[in-house]
Design a protein around this ligand. Structure first.
Ligand SMILES: *Cc1c(COP(=O)(O)O)cnc(C)c1O
Length: 450
């Protein structure tokens, strides 16, 4: 009888046949690949029984832990009634209930839900809908899109065109229809004693200058509200969202908010927009909406958008077909996720968790090798001051490897270390995460000039 495969066996097989995302495969000659055998709560386990605290919610999707009993039970029940049915000409209870509940959570303002499976597709849908809505209203020249410096909206060709992360975009530049890039309201950009609100005003003025000149050609501006996550957890003041909402009204430009990463309670309210007391014309959700269980994304839109497509003419209807639209299992996982929010008063308990975490991370905030310690809801981030360019270039990979040695799954973005844990950490897990993050940082920074 042969022994059960070890983690090393699985890793070797994976490297031969699986092409991993967001990865230079050759780096796996030195950077470890972890073969996950199972998950429980905030922890992932490999085939050798080693455990890792999932401090980034498995790429920001897992809200209530792995193998969550409530979501598991809901999915098992759904499996026995309906796994999937097409959503053209047919409908079903999970997609209806999910749409109604999300509409209700926006006070009915964003009352129409269109479904896809991944975040990038939700962005594609919002862009297409915006353009097509203007065309249906007799304004076919509104074809351009505006995005923020450092924005990230996904990596399909259309979504990549409104993404401004050089690493992801430059290689494919010739394939993309260029978007107009405006200043980021990133509060780290403050100069001469500016406050975060001053930066927000300056960034909004940049948008106003563009709108004043080109609004007749601009369909929409797309924004990650409060936190531009993928560029390195760049945070901005809510004032920015209010100023942009007002500019969009004045200049007749759609506002698309991409809440794929920041929605579902991540910033402290269910939707990040709620903190600015505004609603956009389109709101994109994905990642956490299914609790991190199944691929699901959606675009919520306003009545007037919906009405601009409502017609006897097929070509005035929204033209976007996707096989798994509104998949019942994924919608059921989302409903179970929303049930947990409602039953466990998650946003309130997260405030308690967040203040404990912020206190536990205070030594890092005060560390002279740390810049821009920042927090928003259940996101913490800081930038390592690493002057040596060679060390800075490998900081993220070195940190990831050192974190694994300390039983943490942490994956910095460049020199930005961030925590985005699931909403279930117990006090001892919060303390462990904070103290080990410090230990990893100390280890990785050793030998670098202060
Ligand atoms: C992750 C992300 C996307 C893309 O979602 P995918 O499911 O990875 O395609 C889009 N926008 C934001 C803000 C994201 O964080």
């Amino acid at each position: 009888m042969s022994a059960a495969p070890t983690s090393a066996d699985w890793v070797a097989r994976s490297l031969r046949s699986v092409w991993h995302p967001c990865t230079q495969m050759q780096h796996h000659e030195t950077v470890p690949l972890v073969a996950v055998s199972h998950g429980r709560g905030a922890w992932l386990y490999d085939h050798d029984g080693k455990r890792y605290l999932d401090a980034i919610s498995s790429w920001w999707v897992n809200l209530f832990g792995h193998a969550n009993p409530a979501i598991n039970a809901a999915l098992r029940a759904q499996l026995d009634s309906l796994e999937h049915a097409m959503l053209a000409g047919f409908t079903h209870q999970p997609v209806i209930e999910l749409s109604e509940r999300l509409s209700g959570m926006t006070g009915g303002v964003l009352g129409h839900a269109f479904y896809a499976s991944d975040g990038a597709s939700a962005v594609e849908i919002a862009l297409k809908m915006s353009f097509h809505a203007w065309r249906n209203r007799g304004l076919p020249d509104k074809q351009e899109f505006v995005c923020l410096a450092g924005s990230y909206h996904g990596e399909t060709i259309g979504a990549l065109a409104v993404t401004d992360v050089a690493l992801f975009k430059d290689a494919y530049g010739p394939l993309l229809r260029p978007a107009r890039v405006v200043l980021s309201p990133d509060a780290r950009g403050a100069v001469d004693g500016e406050s975060a609100q001053d930066v927000a005003r300056r960034a909004a003025a940049d948008v106003e200058a563009l709108f004043a000149e080109r609004a007749a050609h601009i369909a929409a501006i797309i924004i990650e509200p409060l936190v531009q996550c993928a560029t390195g957890m760049a945070m901005h003041d809510r004032l920015y969202l209010q100023l942009i909402r007002a500019l969009c009204e004045r200049y007749q430009v759609h506002m698309i908010v991409d809440e794929i990463a920041v929605g579902c309670g991540r910033t402290g309210t269910f939707f990040a927009c709620e903190q600015a007391a505004i609603w956009p014309d389109f709101l994109c959700l994905s990642k956490g909406i299914s609790g991190g269980y199944l691929p699901l994304s959606l675009v919520l839109s306003r009545e007037e958008i919906y009405q601009s497509f409502y017609s006897s003419d097929v070509t005035r209807g929204f033209l976007h077909s996707h096989s798994y639209t509104g998949n019942p299992l994924a919608c059921r996982a989302a409903l179970a996720t929303l049930d947990i929010f409602a039953q466990d008063d998650v946003l309130a308990t997260n405030r308690v968790r967040a203040s404990r975490m912020t206190a536990a991370l205070a030594p890092l905030r005060d560390d002279p090798r740390v810049a821009h310690f920042r927090q928003q809801g259940m996101i913490w981030a800081f930038d390592a001051i690493e002057a040596d360019p060679a060390r800075a270039a490998t900081f993220s990979r070195r940190f990831f490897s050192a974190a694994l040695e300390h039983e943490l799954l942490l994956r910095p973005i460049g020199k930005t270390v961030y925590l985005m844990p699931p909403y279930i950490l117990a006090d001892d897990e919060i303390d462990l995460l904070a103290s080990r993050t410090r230990a990893v940082f100390d280890q990785v920074m050793q030998g670098s000039a202060p």
